[in-house]
Design a protein around this ligand. Sequence first.
Ligand code: ZN
Length: 709
Amino acid sequence: MHRLSRFVVSVVSVAALAAQSDSVAPKQEPAQKGTAKARAHRKPRPKKKVSAKTEPEIKPIPGFDITALDTDTSPCVDFYQFACGSWLKKNPIPSDRSRWGRFDLLEERNLAILRDILEKAAIKDPKRSAVEQKIGDYYASCMDEGAIEKQGTAPIKAQLERIAALSDKNALADEVARLHRVGANVLFSFGSGQDFKNSNEVIAQADQGGFGLPDRDYYLKQDEDSIQTRKQYVDHVQKMFELLGDSTDRAAAKAQTVMDIESDLAKRSLDLVSRRDPAKIYHKMRREELAASLNPSFEWTKYLAEVAVPWIENLNVSEPEFFKGIDSLINTTSLENWKTYLTWHLVHSQAPFLPAKFVNENFNFYGKTLTGAQELRPRWKRCVSYVDGDLGEALGQKYVERTFGVEGKERTLAMVGALERALGKDIRQLDWMTPATKAKALEKLRSITNKIGYPDKWRDYSMLIIVRGDAIGNSQRGTQFEFHRQLAKIGQPVDRTEWQMTPPTVNAYYESQLNNINFPAGILQPPFFDKSLDDAVNFGAIGAVIGHELTHGFDDEGRKFDTKGNLRDWWTAKDAAEFEKRADCLANEYSQFTVAENVKLNGKLTLGENTADNGGLRIAYMALLDEIAGKSLPKIDEFTPEQRFFIGYSQSWCENATEEAARLHALTNPHSEPKYRVNGVVQNMPEFQKAFSCSLGQPMVRRSPCRVW
Ligand SMILES: [Zn+2]
């Protein structure tokens, strides 16, 4: 969360293991896969169809599943339904989830492996390595609910008292800094990032923040659902204050104060679509400009000293207007009200490690109301995720030893090579791009670095102290370790070998500012990559993911960065205009798709991901054709290789979601819903229509197909 304004685009949102429905607290980043908006008046999902208590088995998920098909539906009418229909019917959402897909089966399998690793590491044994001690004791402390109940709120007592004792507004800066260090998202966000215009340098960054709801739009929208969600949020904040010991009336008044302050912050914040434009969030300035002109009411000198970077001279203030807004908010809000706001965020951020009544109330709002999940996930799954969050590369070492061989890396690299050749061919063949821009695009493609599986050098956690029996302390020290690790990069050269996701993560990403693609070991398994299956299926599944990440270098956001990752325009005006025209076609196409009652996809928010999905599947298909050229391949399960390619792609996305989750996804997630990641793409592909003999007039054949890459 301290990595700000960084252009990292993934194949699904945020780290998969963090994708939980019990909280959007800082331990699990906000607005992720699986968080959703409330619809209190919608009838609740029937409870307990599937037990959340079923323990997953550690077995692979088939990469191609003939039993998932719905052969009563024509592939030309609804391809997603054809490829996934039976699976969707047979796999209702478990009560502790808001989404359930074939993707999640792989996550569950990873969780079971990680649990096994952690339970072994948790056994007190003098022969444990330093890494085993840290991950084992962190996990054991998190699992020890008895001790956590007994301690009550004692572990945060000193922090609560410190906030209560603040005697004037000049002390706000110190307190905000102390809260940032332990993961409370107050007032704004602060961290470090690569300078958009100088890819060699890491600079400090200050950005909007300070909300308890997933995004600023939650505070501003005036439709019935949004009004209802805000009411439920205020109720939740009130209950948390009651749990801290306030009377009902006093807690209600405090909750309203929190809502007022956060609404004010929201009004001064940028919306998600605007934030996709790097130019709108790049305002590098001298520190005095922020401290003296924009935000003089906040003691920036004190803040920077408290977060241990007193010496910085420049920083990117991503949204100057936001900080101007904070300035007047500080002046117009009483110290008493600031204390209320800070207290709320402290207890909110620590809720996952407090006694059950806090955990349950946190889940009631962030899980049930926002995402539609019915039951809290079993504690062990939550604790595995927290270890992954705070000690990801320590746990990841053990995971890699267990799951990822040399062969996995070699086969993936070979496939990446095939995809890169296909994208090169695609660029050379484009009829809308001039040779000058093509040459630059090809140069950028050649410069992409491929990172596969896990880091070459593991992160050193030796400075992070993990104490058995101190669950909150471990979590806070973990957050603090990461916060300072990010700030320690300021002024240093950019580390191009670092990973943004942990090895067990079922996800992949492209980084515009480093021009690299990254595939954690977690995704290089069935159903994405299945070494027992034919190339056609693997190119459709993991091949399309690789193509997706490569294409991100050339989507609406990625195209604005050059070979080295600098924000620099390398397009001729004519080519840029041609690009925009084609991108608009995609934005319009996806804006027509309905996600839930009265909710359509936001074609502009999802433009980058849709561009990557469309380009990715096309170049994966080109790569497959090169791979099988000249070979006469038999049908398997009665499907041609071409058909298996498209089914393999579609089946990696089979997923059920609650209506709440679908709504939140549409409002905050840059990815389209799985159904449209499939149907939205194949509609644009004559290659698909040929493979399944579809004809014009059928739903999977778009009259004027969109194509960027
Ligand atoms: Zn993506």
